[in-house]
Design a protein around this ligand. Structure first.
Ligand SMILES: [Cu+2]
Length: 187
C-alpha cells in the first residue's frame, strides 16, 4: 500500500482553481488502484441515498492523512435508460470540492480535474481509490473516523442529492483481498 498524498499537489490544485484553469495535473494523492475489482471496494457503514432513478451506495471518506485535502468515493446506479451527468458537488466543510480522475503518466499516477462525470443510462458511475473521486480541499475542520461529511451532488437531470458520507478509518477502505470488511467486494 502506498500513500502518496501530496500537500504540494493540493496547493497546486487550489492555485490552478484560482487561476481558472480547467485541467491541472498534480501528483496523485492515492497510488492505490483496484485492478479487476471495478475499483470499488465496499466499505462497512458506507452511505446510501436515492434520488429519482439514481441510487447512491458505498459512499465514504477515508480518514485523510492531511488536514489540507480529503477524498470521497461513492457509486451511483441509474435505473433509468436516460443518461444523467454529475455536474458539481458542494459541501459545508469546504468551499472547494472538485471532481478528479487519476491517469497514469510515465508510470506515475497523476490526478486530473474533470468538469463533470457522466452517469450512463441503465448503468452506473463509480468513484473509487485510484480512479475518479471527489477532492475536498482545505476542509474547515479536521476529518476523523466517526465524523461525517455532508455533500450535495448536483445532477443535470435528477437534480440535487444531499448525503452524509461517513469518515472511515483508512484500513476499512481496503479491498477484500487486503482486509475483511465483513461485506465482501463482489460486483
Ligand atoms: Cu484528487
Amino acid at each position: 500500500m502506498r500513500m502518496n498524498r501530496s500537500y504540494a499537489g493540493g496547493a497546486l490544485v487550489a492555485a490552478a482553481a484560482v487561476a481558472g484553469l480547467v485541467i491541472v495535473l498534480v501528483p496523485s494523492h492515492s497510488g492505490r488502484s483496484n485492478p479487476g475489482s471495478g475499483g470499488a471496494p465496499l466499505v462497512a457503514g458506507a452511505a446510501t441515498a436515492s434520488l429519482g432513478s439514481l441510487r447512491l451506495s458505498n459512499g465514504y471518506v477515508p480518514q485523510p492523512a492531511s488536514d489540507s485535502v480529503a477524498a470521497a468515493y461513492f457509486t451511483v446506479k441509474n435505473t433509468s435508460p436516460d443518461p444523467d451527468t454529475l455536474l458539481d458537488v458542494t459541501s459545508p466543510v469546504s468551499t472547494s470540492v472538485g471532481l478528479h480522475d487519476e491517469v497514469t503518466q510515465g508510470g506515475a499516477g497523476t490526478m486530473v480535474a474533470i468538469s463533470s462525470i457522466p452517469v450512463p443510462g441503465d448503468g452506473s458511475l463509480s468513484l473509487a481509490p485510484g480512479h475518479k473521486h471527489l477532492m475536498i480541499m482545505n476542509p474547515v475542520r479536521t476529518l476523523k473516523a466517526g465524523d461525517s461529511v455532508e455533500v450535495t451532488l448536483r445532477f443535470a437531470r435528477a437534480g440535487s442529492m444531499t448525503v452524509e458520507l461517513p469518515v472511515v478509518p483508512f484500513s476499512a477502505t481496503l479491498g477484500d483481498d487486503d482486509v475483511s470488511t465483513g461485506v465482501g467486494a463482489s460486483r
